[in-house]
Design a binder for this molecule. Structure first.
Ligand SMILES: Cc1ncc(COP(=O)(O)O)c(C=O)c1O
Length: 397
């Protein structure tokens, strides 16, 4: 029979870790694997602004009929105002077209499909290190991929000169994937002056930036985190932005992401969008409604927006507080290594510098779950688990 020859696929490197964690019945186990925010009590909460928007939606929802292929236009408007700033010339010039996609992952896949279908032979440049899901997503879309240097593993910082040098080898029409902020997996971001240089290079060499903006508001603030995007938008005529509201609205399982194409003119944006819609139609036809409606409800209401911004700031501040506490507690517990670089990294993740062997020991001997690369989810740390976690790390160092 056909299926009898099928061998099980290897578990997903990150989600497989959560499966193993869930099966572990040791008390005090800690999951610093998957990129999900947890509050001080270790829970992934529904934001109060989201709950209020949902209450309103339940009362007013009149139909479950299909959404347009690229989602509600009102959603697209909210996304554009958030990422570009409400009075951006990109918006007033109608140069952007946005689709509501199922999560940031869905947006990335549609971007890959669009590039493969409409710009055959496109090469996509990924940072080294990179989010492990990219090669799978863009490989499935049929894109060729190359790497540019990014992370200096010895000094646990950005190797900016090597990055520029690597990107200067890209050819006109190549696509460069950049993280708007909170680089996953390293936590190492570009500074504003470095963004300006990357934007210049993209403009000079006619490279198309694909900005993955999955963590807007998690590093320094909603506007502050868009500095890289604004630097690019000021210099290059065309770009692609993949957004996600999984993290900053806590809407993980509602699958609410966005794909925005910025073109040189309004007419071109329309033509591109018609091609994007063709890709969506043959993938999942049209997006789920609820998450997009929640985001639209919040962002179109002054009071709910203020409440959401406050809740986002709370998440951001908690993560940054955990970074400091982690570094101090490691020192208190006797770590010989200097971990202060962790406080300079941004967002949910840090490259800890822990090696595969140490990661294995943490899991086997201490029930601490970390991705094999040494990437830790700082948002999984709490005041309650910090002592045990740091003792375990010092133990395996
Ligand atoms: C870099 C990056 N891009 C995109 C995503 C997509 O997130 P989602 O599909 O859950 O919205 C994630 C989520 O972990 C991410 O880390």
């Amino acid at each position: 029979m056909m299926f009898d020859a099928i061998q099980p696929a290897p578990p997903d490197a990150i989600l497989g870790l959560t499966e193993a964690y869930n099966k572990d019945d040791r008390p005090g186990k800690v999951n610093l694997g998957v990129g999900v925010y947890k509050d001080a009590s270790g829970k992934t909460p529904v934001l109060a602004s989201v709950k209020e928007a949902e209450r309103r939606l339940i009362d007013t929802e009149a139909t479950k009929s299909y959404k347009p292929i690229d989602g509600d236009p009102a959603y697209g408007k909210c996304v554009q105002a958030l990422v570009f700033g409400a009075d951006s010339p990109i918006i007033t010039g109608n140069r952007a077209a946005t689709s509501h996609c199922p999560g940031g992952t869905g947006a990335l896949r549609i971007a890959g499909d669009y590039l493969h279908a409409n710009h055959p032979g496109t090469t996509l440049w990924l940072s080294d290190e990179t989010w492990p899901n990219y090669p799978a997503i863009f490989g499935a879309a049929g894109l060729e991929m190359k790497r540019y240097p990014y992370f200096d593993a010895k000094n646990l910082t950005l190797d900016f000169d090597a990055m520029l040098d690597g990107l200067s080898r890209a050819s006109a029409g190549d696509v460069v994937l950049l993280h708007g902020c909170c680089h996953n997996p390293t936590g190492v971001d570009l500074e504003p002056d470095q963004w300006a240089k990357v934007a210049d290079l993209c403009a000079e060499r006619k490279l198309l930036p694909l900005l993955d903006f999955a963590y807007q508001g998690f590093a320094q603030g909603v506007e502050e985190d868009a500095v890289g995007l604004h630097a690019l938008a000021a210099k290059v005529p065309e770009l692609i932005v993949c957004g996600s509201f999984s993290k900053n609205f806590g809407l993980y399982n509602e699958r609410v992401g966005s794909l925005t194409f910025v073109a040189g003119s309004a007419d071109t944006a329309k033509a591109v969008q018609s091609r994007v819609k063709a890709c969506i139609r043959r993938n999942y036809s049209n997006p789920p409604a609820h998450g997009g409606a929640v985001v639209t409800t919040i962002l179109n209401d002054v009071a709910l927006t203020a409440q959401w911004r406050g809740e986002l700031a709370e998440m951001r501040d908690r993560i940054n507080g955990m970074r400091s506490l982690f570094v101090h507690t490691l020192a208190d517990k006797g770590a010989k290594r200097d971990f202060s670089f962790i406080t300079r990294q941004r967002g949910m993740f840090s490259y800890s510098g822990l090696n595969k062997d140490q990661v294995g020991q943490l899991r086997d001997r201490h029930a601490v779950y970390i991705v094999g690369s040494g990437r830790i989810n700082v948002a999984g740390m709490t005041e309650a688990n910090m002592d045990g976690l740091c003792e375990a790390i010092v133990n395996v160092l």
